[in-house]
Design a protein around this ligand. Sequence first.
Ligand code: SAM
Length: 281
Amino acid sequence: MCIAPCVLSPAKRLCILQDIYYRKAKEVGFRARSAFKLLQLDEEFGLFQGVSRAVDLCAAPGSWSQLLSRQLRHRAGSAQKDAPASSVVAVDLQEMAPIDGVTQIQGDITAPSTAASIIQCFEGGRADLVVCDGAPDVTGLHDVDEYVQAQLLLAALHITMKVLKTGGGFVAKVFRGADISLLQAHLRLFFSAVTIAKPFSSRESSVEAFVVCQGFLGEPAPGPSTTEATGAAAACSLGDAGELLLQSFHGRVPAAERQGASASAAGLAALAAAGDLSCFD
Ligand SMILES: C[S@@+](CC[C@H](N)C(=O)[O-])C[C@H]1O[C@@H](n2cnc3c(N)ncnc32)[C@H](O)[C@@H]1O
C-alpha cells in the first residue's frame, strides 16, 4: 500500500499555529494569543527583569496587561518586603474589562491629553518598561497603513520619553518594510541597544515584527524651540514627534558640534520625514 506523505500547505500550517496559541491562551486565561508574543520576547531579552512599573499602550483586549500584571506581581511577591508596589498602566481607544493591578485609561495615544494622564498615574515616578502593540484598522493600502502605524510608534515613543526611567526598556510593534534599518538607526539616538525581533507566535507570513529597545539613555535635554529652527516646517508636519526628534538631537549633541544648529535641525527633520541620513555624516 502506498501512503502519501503528509504535506501541509502554508495556510494549513498557519491555522494550526494560530489554533495552538488560541487554545493555550484559553487554557491559561489570556484574553488574546498575543500574550505569547510578549512572553517569548521576555524569554529572549529578559524584558521583565527588575520591572515593577510598566505602561501598556494600545492594550485592548488586555492580554499584555494580564501578562505584565501577573509577572510583576509574581516578581514582587518573591522579592523583599520593601520592594516598591508593582503597577501597570494600560491605555487604549477601547474600553477593557478590569484587570487586577492594572490602572486603565481610555484614550488615543496620539493625543497630548492621554500622555498627560499617563504621566499623572506615576505621580512623578517613572516606569521601567513601556510596551506598545498598537495596530490601526488596516485599509489595505500598504503606504497608508504603514504611515498610520508609524504615527502610533512615534506617539508611543513620545510618551516613553516622558515616563520611562533611564536604563528602561521599550517594545513596540512595527511593520517590517524597507525602512526598518533606518528606524533602528533613529531609535539608537535614544537607547543603547535596539533589536528587531520576530517571536515564534507571530505568523511568519505577516509583516509584523517588534522593536526591542533596551538601556534608555534618558529624557533628552530641552533644546531651542523648533519654531526657531530652519527645519520648523518639516518638524511641524511631524507634530510632537518632529519636536521630540529635534529636541533629542539638541540634547545629545555637544554644544561645540551644534554650530549652525538650524541647518542641523533641518537635517534631522529631513531624516525623520524622508530618511535622509546626511546630517549624521
Ligand atoms: C492588536 S490590538 C492590541 C492587543 C493587546 N496587546 C493584547 O494583547 O490584548 C491593537 C490595539 O491598538 C488600539 N489602538 C489603535 N490605535 C490607537 C490609538 N491611537 N490610541 C490607543 N489605542 C489604539 C486598538 O484599539 C487595539 O485595541
